[in-house]
Design a protein around this ligand. Structure first.
Ligand SMILES: Nc1ncnc2c1ncn2[C@@H]1O[C@H](COP(=O)(O)OP(=O)(O)OP(=O)(O)O)[C@@H](O)[C@H]1O
Length: 217
């Protein structure tokens, strides 16, 4: 085997499929089939689809980050004005690819600068821009759960591994310590807890043959 062949053999497969949430907003739901064709032709897989009519409260919860902005009330009125279609999409780099396909937030700007983008084609104005796309990994996760609460969104492995580790190695002892802390209510709870943990550390090395002190003659 040549050196190069060896290198190719050793390379680990890197398959990472990202998920994102797309929404067909009330002004574009009648174009769902057309939009779906473009989505599939662009290499996305449709994992889940759901048609819902949000109440103003649900729309407010979904767009909570915009609470307080001037356009918030009209955004909520728009998003709860009729049924929407929520779709969980997957693809390599799905989040950025979908946002790219959407184009700028404003339909007018999209028509000027990205005339082939979905918002340029299906949007109506600055606000009624036909489609939504998650803007980050954490928002994608939150938004997919919002519409598909039963779906399992794979957690970041590090996060899960960390949670498993804490559950196994730390939580049982910490819980006991916190219970004792509440019973005792010491003046400096942090120092008290630190001392308690040191004293009750289950991994504390045990002394096999304790030294017996000879009484001083
Ligand atoms: N200046 C504005 N005037 C009116 N509506 C706006 C304005 N800015 C944003 N919106 C509305 O609020 C939505 C959320 O705004 P955001 O800034 O998150 O844009 P976006 O991330 O491109 O859109 P989305 O979150 O819907 O994918 C927009 O899609 C649009 O409908």
């Amino acid at each position: 085997m040549t050196e190069m062949e060896e290198e190719i053999q050793m390379e680990k497969p890197h398959i990472y499929v990202e998920r994102t949430l797309a929404i067909i907003k009330p002004d574009a739901t009648e174009k769902e089939e057309e939009i779906k064709d473009i989505v599939l032709r662009s290499g996305f897989t449709i994992l889940q689809r759901r048609k819902v009519h949000l109440t103003p409260e649900q729309a407010s919860e979904f767009y909570a980050e915009h609470y307080g902005k001037l356009f918030f009330p009209s955004l909520i009125a728009y998003m709860s004005s009729g049924p929407i279609v929520a779709v969980a999409l997957s693809k390599d780099k799905a989040i950025s690819h979908w946002r790219q396909l959407l184009g700028p937030t404003s339909t007018f700007k999209a028509r000027d600068t990205n005339p082939d983008s979905l918002r340029a084609i299906y949007g109506t104005d600055d606000q009624r821009n036909a489609l939504h796309g998650s803007d980050s990994y954490s928002n994608a996760e939150r938004e997919i759960r919002f519409f598909f609460p039963d779906s399992v969104v794979e957690p970041v492995p590090v996060g899960q591994a960390a949670r498993d580790y804490l559950k196994r190695q730390v939580n049982p002892t910490l819980l006991k310590g916190l219970t004792e802390l509440c019973k005792n209510k010491p003046q400096d709870p942090v120092i008290w807890l630190a001392d308690w943990l040191l004293e009750n550390n289950p991994n504390k090395p045990s002394i096999k043959d304790p030294i017996i002190q000879e009484p001083i003659a």
